[in-house]
Design a protein around this ligand. Structure first.
Ligand code: C2O
Ligand code: CU
Length: 457
């Protein structure tokens, strides 16, 4: 059987592909709890994880554009938690940020999430409390918002790519909060999974058209990806369709970023295509597409681009409200002191409290927002990376565009990789009232100081 997107939704075969999908969705409950899952390489035992409905990843939530998502979140974890719906332009009260938009849902308690999804595309959900620990234990899932008129493809697959730090016994390494990670590049692991298990095999046919939804759900690892034996286009980034799709070959995915690819299987029958990652001169296969037969005699014609989402166009950039965000600190950085808890503190005082990074001279979530905007204003934030590391800057509640020095506007994004020593300007329309977090999505960096927020009234 050919799995098209449509019969995928209808068929019971979905249950075998997405073991986690059915029951919880029917009951509209999302329960975070402990579980046991084989995530390590073959021959290793199962791992104690934390997962939504007890699995990694959690259930796929698929919903038509413009509709409501309602989930009663039950917390059966030993820690307070919450759910953040990453990339959704959401009502502020549903954004799930503990300490800014809600209190932590205590163990044994529940919280009702109820929101509409204005934009079609590839999104995801994860906790927003002790995220550096809770995501590393397996709490995340995909949230797919369906276009009303999606491009025709033969297969539509989600790849949630994670980086685990496991012990030799395949247990989750309990080295959470390690200062080395927090002051450097974050918790980098030693084992990569796709959808919670070892990289696997996918059966495809020559000239089949695939939509691949890639999501980086790792704490801090940046993935350098490439497709082989597959040819096509990157059609969306961070959920938002590109005006001009570009050829899919090499692709960088920073933590929390997504890319939607539409590719045709060009490898011949009997051969293998692949999604690979490059890491310091080595190449690892994240997925194999083994070509079993021929779907059609030649490739389909070029895919139409995806329909645009109702994201407001930027206003006049000359008169836009501007603010600077200076990122400092970390290992090999120049920062000597910063404000924390209302006091100027030296780097050694900060590091004794596990804090290493500052935004505009302040460590951690400040009392006052980075800026206050009136609803509808166009805002430009100039992000200045004065650290020795790249950072994956995520703004809640909005999609923004990077403005190049020549004035050119980049694609809509919710997470931007800002390289060391880079200055990047981002612009967005502050059309959504509330308190919105702006932070580095390398979760150890968030926890070690890289957070601020904006207020829209
Ligand atoms: Cu993916 Cu602050 O979130
Ligand atoms: Cu960072």
């Amino acid at each position: 059987m050919t799995i098209t997107r449509r019969n995928f939704l209808a068929s019971t075969a979905a249950a075998t592909l997405m073991p986690n999908i059915s029951i919880a969705q029917a009951r509209r409950v999302l329960r975070a709890r402990t579980g046991l899952q084989h995530i390590a390489p073959e021959g290793f035992p199962e791992t104690d994880i934390w997962g939504y409905e007890g699995g990694v990843p959690g259930p796929v939530i698929r919903v038509p554009q413009g509709r409501k998502v309602s989930r009663k979140f039950f917390n059966d974890l030993p820690q307070g938690s919450s759910i953040h719906w990453h990339g959704i332009r959401i009502e502020n009260a549903m954004d799930g940020v503990v300490g800014l938009t809600q209190e932590a849902v205590a163990p044994g308690d529940s919280f009702d999430y109820d929101f509409t999804v204005p934009d079609a595309g590839t999104y995801w959900y994860h906790p927003h409390n002790k995220t550096w620990e809770q995501m590393a234990r397996g709490l995340y899932g995909a949230l797919i918002v369906e276009e009303s008129n999606p491009p025709e493809v033969d297969q539509d697959e989600i790849f949630l790519i994670d980086d685990w730090r496991l012990t030799q016994e395949a247990e989750i390494d309990e080295s959470f909060g390690q200062l080395m990670d927090w002051s450097h590049g974050g918790r980098i692991g030693n084992w990569i999974t796709v959808n919670g298990s070892a990289p696997g095999d996918h059966a495809v046919r020559q000239h089949e058209r695939l939509r691949l939804r890639l999501v980086n759900v790792a704490n801090s690892r940046i993935f350098n990806l490439e497709v082989e034996g597959l040819q096509g286009w990157v059609v969306a980034l961070d959920g938002q369709p590109l005006d001009e799709p570009f050829t899919a070959n090499q692709l960088t995915l920073a933590p929390a970023q997504r890319a939607d690819l539409i590719v045709d299987v060009t490898a011949a029958a009997g051969e293998k295509g692949a999604l690979v990652m490059h890491d310091r001169g080595n190449t690892f296969r994240l997925a194999s597409f083994h070509v079993d037969g021929v779907a059609r005699p030649s490739r389909l014609k070029e895919s139409q681009s995806l329909p645009q989402n109702p994201v407001p166009a930027l206003g006049d950039l000359q008169t836009a409200r501007r603010v600077d965000l200076l990122m400092e600190g970390g290992a090999m950085g120049r920062m000597r002191e910063a404000m924390m808890a209302g006091k100027m503190q030296s780097m050694s005082q900060l590091s004794s409290k596990g804090q290493f990074w500052a935004f505009n001279g302040a460590v951690g979530l400040p009392d006052v927002p980075l800026l206050e905007a009136e609803k509808g204003e166009t805002i430009i934030i100039r992000i200045i990376n004065d650290t020795a590391f790249p950072h994956a800057m995520h703004l809640h509640g909005f999609h923004f565009r990077k403005i190049e020095p020549n004035g050119e506007q980049g694609p809509l994004r919710d997470t931007l990789l800002v390289e060391r020593d880079e200055r990047a300007e981002i612009a967005f329309v502050a059309d959504n009232p509330g308190d919105w977090l702006l932070h580095c999505h390398m979760l150890e960096h968030t926890a070690a100081g890289m957070q601020t927020w904006i207020k829209v009234i």
